[in-house]
Write a protein that binds this ligand. Sequence first.
Ligand code: TRP
Length: 330
Amino acid sequence: MKNRILTGVKPTGHSHVGNYFGAIKPAIEFTKQQEDECFYFIADYHALTTLKNKQEMQEYTYDIACTWLACGVDPNKVVFYRQSNVPETFELNWILCNVTPKGLMNRAHAYKACVEKNEAAGEDRDAGVNMGLYNYPILMAADIILFDSDFVPVGLDQKQHVEIARDIADYFNRKFGKTLKLPEPYIQKETATLVGLDGRKMSKSYGNTIGLFTTEEQLRKSINRIVTDSRMPGEPKDTDCPLFKLYSLFAGEEKSQEFAKKLQEGLGWGEAKKQLFEVANEYLKPMREKYFYYQSHRDEVDKILEEGAAKARIIARKTLARVRKAIGVE
Ligand code: TRP
């Protein structure tokens, strides 16, 4: 039996180079390497907990779809769909609500973080918390359980959510008999250091990102903002710096070693930035072209996502039928 691998991506804004090397690229390579069945989806109804704007919802959803397609998701190999196109998710969500102890939700990280922030600010503990945010882990459990997923590749920040999904499936099975598969988180090791322009981890909240699909000019501007020390051309440079780390993400092993040598021999920072721009642009250009192609052919994107949802729903309906039977609603 093939394993089922499933993961969701929340549409929350444009992807950056750190997202690409940290999550998108490994997820896509994963689908090429092995025989398992992969389900990758856009978690638009999860984004609704924070996104309350029609235009943004639409833009961010297309952005994720075009990004993943441009980066190489193959819809013939991967079931690639939009969560909102699979209504079975929301029926299962409701059913799962009824086996989920409220206390389990109280302990979920995202909710707890909001409560702690509110308490620290002397506000009501539930200020700004909507039920979508509170129930977020149950919807995520529904996403996962609906496809009898074996493994869920996620970053460490999402590990608890997958464990909650496993607990919820287990609660269901104890009450209604063994019906649901218990999923496991699959935590990918960080293979690269994903530093931003200032040397801290690349993150939107630090404002130190390089956009994945910007124009060439914007890419050049971002690279020019990379923080360097004050060593002059001719002086040897340390390769333990953001500029070199970024270079080595884009260039192969061999090219990076040559670049390290040039820095040690005194290559000036200005020239080094030009060379980084060259390798980054060469790397991103073909993907950028595809991204803008899809952005201007959204009907094709819709079709891909609809076909993905149609495939997904064949499986979803079967699981849901099993669940309805188990609870006595047929
Ligand atoms: N919560 C995940 C995140 O914020 C996105 C997500 C939604 C997801 N449903 C999922 C991830 C199911 C894995 C499986 O990144």
